[in-house]
Write a protein that binds this ligand. Structure first.
Ligand code: UD1
Ligand code: CA
Length: 446
């Protein structure tokens, strides 16, 4: 189904929870799956169906707000100062509703896999006259979820586990937390939600019974359990990561990426590959990695925020850190770490090197064991290596320093002064080769 965002629809994403069960100082919805905050996964589905978004965050969650801002600059963050429950949070989000919003959807920032197409089905129910449409799923183990009580095709109530009877607990049809509302109905319902339950919280789930009591019409729309996993603990987070990885590998293989052992490859939500790429076993792609055409990522390589243009081979055991940029035909071999550096066309660093804050010219060759000494304990400085330069093995390039085009640096050099174009630089003690005298043994050896 081709989706386009509805300008009459406001999405409220609830993400103010502390996530006590995560046992973490970090807000729950900032935890990541596939290198992307949970709240951003939820936002991505909401963005596909809604014209406007309000994210309800807790007080003192600047990092969560920043993640929201970066992912969806059009979303507004609204603060829920006292976390009094999902009903209360929805009310705070509803302050962002404008007269043109005739439909409001509520989703949870801790429920990352909900598909836009599925939310669209709930929106359609509301367009067709329902006051509330709730997305539900048949749970293999419903423990912890609110249960959807359906009678004669009508959604009668949502019962939170804490207040459910024995029989109600046996119901396996569960509330995903995603709901679509007629905006007018929601405005009437929210002030009517009470907190007379053991936890003293305002449950959004009470909206269904209230809508029915007002003579409204509530429906349940069923989706797949795998879409609706809500993350409340570190175990859930790990389960969600496994689901995400498996799905992402399949998507990329379907798009033509070759993976020798897909189950050992870890990807981020935003990893991009061109055509005819091969990924060997045990590679990790952190966020922000873009790989062009015909690239070969050999085993045990680790990449984050790196750009690989076309026809590039890296690894085995390559480490590309943020702002590593490899231009077409560059080669990075084993045990080479690259950070904030560009390797221009055809440049090579094949063995055991650290290249940080450097610009390596086209076809330059970085010998084994070369280190750019980019940090003096106070500031980071740049190393510039000219086109076609040859850096001999085990050299230390002490930045800031510039090596000219086609210059040669002798192996084992420590270079702290610029080297001109076509120059041969020695930066090491001259080898002496004295004849050992008669009777010289270990005693007189220098
Ligand atoms: C909720 C639902 C439950 C459903 C389950 C699906 C309620 C009362 N319960 O339970 O029926 O089966 O999700 O995963 O709605 N939040 C706020 N402010 C608050 C409280 C929560 O923003 O005051 C946010 C949380 O950050 C979270 C979401 O709302 O993203 C859901 O809250 P959570 O406490 O995780 O609810 P569950 O117990 O999982
Ligand atoms: Ca939850």
């Amino acid at each position: 189904m081709a989706l386009s965002p509805h300008s009459d629809t406001l999405a409220i994403i609830l993400a103010a929870g502390l996530g006590t069960r995560m046992k973490s100082d970090m807000p729950k919805c900032l935890h990541e799956v596939g290198g992307q905050a949970l709240v951003c996964h939820a936002l991505s589905a909401a963005m596909a169906v809604s014209g406007d978004r309000a994210v309800v965050v807790g007080p003192d969650m600047p990092k969560l707000e920043k993640a929201v801002r970066e992912f969806d600059p059009e979303a507004v963050s609204v603060v829920q100062h006292d976390r009094l429950g999902t009903g209360h949070a929805a009310q705070i989000g509803l302050a962002s509703a404008r007269p043109h919003h005739t439909i409001v959807i509520v989703t949870f920032g801790d429920t990352p896999f909900v598909q836009a197409e599925t939310i669209e089905r709930a929106i359609l129910e509301v367009r067709n006259g329902a006051n509330v449409a709730v997305l539900g799923f048949r749970a293999e183990d419903p423990t912890g979820y609110g249960r959807l009580l359906v009678e004669n095709g009508r959604l009668v109530a949502i019962r939170e586990e804490a207040v459910a009877s024995e029989t109600e607990r046996e119901v396996s049809f569960c509330n995903s937390g995603v709901m679509a509302f007629n905006a007018e109905t929601l405005k009437e319902i929210l002030p009517k939600i009470e907190n007379s339950n053991p936890k003293g919280e305002f449950y959004l789930t009470d909206a269904v019974e209230i809508a029915n009591a007002m003579g409204g019409n509530a429906v349940a729309v069923e989706g797949e359990e795998s879409e609706f996993i809500g993350i409340n603990s570190k175990r859930h987070l790990a389960q969600a990561e496994a689901i995400f990885q498996s799905k992402r590998r399949d998507e990329l293989m379907d798009a033509g990426v070759t993976m020798v052992a897909p189950e050992t490859v870890f990807l981020a939500a935003d990893t991009v590959f061109g055509r005819d790429c091969v990924i060997e076993p045990h590679c990790v792609f952190g966020r922000g990695v873009r790989v062009g055409d015909r690239c070969h990522i050999k085993a045990f390589s680790h990449l984050e925020e790196a750009v690989l243009e076309n026809d590039i081979t890296i690894g085995p055991y390559a480490r590309l850190r943020p702002k590593a940029h490899l231009k077409s035909g560059a080669r990075v071999g084993n045990f080479v770490e690259i950070k904030a550096s560009t390797l221009h066309e055809g440049a090579k660093a094949n063995h055991l090197s650290y290249i940080g804050d450097a610009d390596v010219g086209p076809a330059a060759n970085i010998g084994a064991g070369t280190i750019t000494c980019n940090y003096d304990g106070f500031v980071k400085s740049k190393t510039i290596i000219g086109a076609g330069a040859f850096i001999g093995s085990n050299s230390a390039l002490v930045a800031p320093v510039e090596i000219g085009e086609k210059a040669i640096v002798a192996a084992g050099s420590a270079i702290s002064k610029d080297v001109g174009d076509n120059a041969l630089a020695f930066g090491r003690a001259k080898q002496s080769d004295d004849k050992l005298g008669k009777g010289m043994g270990s005693k007189s050896k220098p």
